[in-house]
Design a protein around this ligand. Structure first.
Ligand code: BTN
Length: 256
């Protein structure tokens, strides 16, 4: 059983042995009227999804797969900023837990030593420009069998246990992550998070002050990350000195 740390909100959580995607399960249950906040965790996923139509490797018992579902009743712009906020809060928690430096790569990845530790997939159902259901799915490599991964994955991904050299309790990590999701959501809704967001960004961003290339619909653009604005759009200084803002895109770090 999961022992959840004291959190600010009561969580309704469901543990499954197997499902297609926890994001779909959470969305279906919320639209069917299940109380929010809802957490769906599974041991295996047959159709785990990543961003941009990618697959999420989901048949590994060391991989924590869960979705957090809420009914925010806010504007759609809420979503990207929420994803960034959650990524930074979880990075801070996992850094404290593991002793490794876990950093958040805008907008939705967690990295250790430049390798992917976790991914976030946020999805929402809108109705007349209001966000009815919002699902944040997290895939986190805790004790994953890294040695069994294909070599092209092994070179770009890692797990908490690989980074630190010990095995973690899956239920303890799950409890920590779930409590933090609920607390971070509560803070996001109830408080002005501006100052804390900036502090977390300064401490836990993997890309701040780094040279990156961002792939957007308009093509690839390189520059130095100089910050994030209030809507959580990324600010890049280009070679000509101009600062441009990107609401979305896929970021790759240059070697430094
Ligand atoms: C990414 O890195 O592109 C995001 C990966 C998100 C994977 C998680 S696993 C739990 C939840 N269910 C899914 O189908 N995807 C997310």
């Amino acid at each position: 059983a999961l022992e959840l740390q004291a959190q600010k909100t009561e969580i309704n959580w469901i543990l499954l042995d197997e499902c297609g995607s926890t994001n779909d399960e959470a969305m279906r249950r919320l639209t069917d009227g299940t109380e929010s906040p809802l957490v769906v965790i599974t041991r295996r996923q047959s159709a785990g999804r990543g961003r941009l139509g990618r697959r999420w490797h989901s048949d590994d018992s060391g991989n924590l797969m869960l979705s957090f579902g809420v009914r925010p009743d806010r504007q759609p712009a809420f979503m990207q900023r929420f994803t960034v906020w959650i990524g930074l809060r979880i990075a801070a928690k996992l850094s404290a837990l593991s002793g490794a430096s876990v950093l958040a790569k805008w907008p939705n990845d967690l990295l250790i030593n430049g390798r992917k530790l976790a991914g976030i997939l946020t999805e929402a159902r809108l109705d007349a420009d209001r966000m009815r259901e919002l699902i944040l799915g997290l895939g986190l490599n805790v004790n994953s069998a890294v040695e069994t991964w294909p070599v092209e994955v092994r070179s770009i991904a890692t797990s908490l246990s690989q980074a630190v050299g010990k095995t973690f309790s899956m239920s303890a990590v799950a409890a920590l992550v779930i409590s933090e999701l609920a607390n971070a959501y509560h803070d996001y809704i109830e408080r002005n998070i501006e100052a804390e967001m900036n502090e977390l960004w300064a401490q836990y961003s993997a890309i701040n002050h780094h040279k990156v290339t961002i792939s957007t619909h308009g093509g690839d653009i390189s520059g130095e990350v100089v910050g994030m604005d209030a809507s959580s759009a990324l600010q890049l200084r280009l070679a000509n000195g101009e600062v441009r803002t990107f609401a979305a895109g896929d970021v790759s770090l240059h070697d430094s």
